[in-house]
Design a protein around this ligand. Sequence first.
Ligand code: ADE
Length: 243
Amino acid sequence: MTTKIAIVMAMQAEADPLIENLRFCHRPDLVPPGLPFRFYTTVYGQQDLLLVTSGKDPRFQVDNVATVPAALMAYQAIERCAPSLLINCGTAGGIKAAGAMIGDVYLSKDKICFHHRRIPIPGFWEYGVGSYPVIDSAAIAAALGLKRGIISTGDSLDLCGEDLSLIEQHGAIVKDMEAAAIAWVCYTCKVPMLAVKSITDLIDKAAPTADQFLDNLALASSNLQRQTVAILDFLQNNECDQL
Ligand code: ADE
């Protein structure tokens, strides 16, 4: 039986190796009017895949990264193909003290949180943190030898203010700029979600995040592509009762 899977990725450079390897076809005809996103489709074995990337900001000519475009991309992907699983693939920062290394590929575990939505009013604090559900990735991680960790999302690449302390309070090992926004859409639309994050930089290391990110983007994107294909293979060959 065919399965529909949506893959949402913020940066074109992160997505290009996957687009090439799985021979995704660019589908400008699927893009809703006025949106900058790029849609791609392919059939991989028994899987109908829809990949959405964020496209470029017309003024700054850079990818539309971070939470606002990510939520809209996720919603458009769900609207377009009603997937049984949405996978958010991308790069991320990792906590070295918790065992993260450059080039590691992590699967989401337990929940995805925000560390940039601080609302110190009863009830709103927990809402701000989010703690959205993800599928149980234990079997995939065990089969492929991947690490798993809680992901925390904020709209900044570097750390500011209380970020690190909040990330640690959430028990997170991985810091990104999209996963929690996408997880909110999946939770709201009742679509199971998995995040796959490849580490470009270590957030508890002195070297500037942006320098580490640029130095390691190609390695991380290549590892991300390889492991995403392995995950799709795993899903194809194993019954997954959560989907
Ligand atoms: N993507 C890659 N590295 C990141 C970091 N340190 N924080 C947020 N998003 C990232």
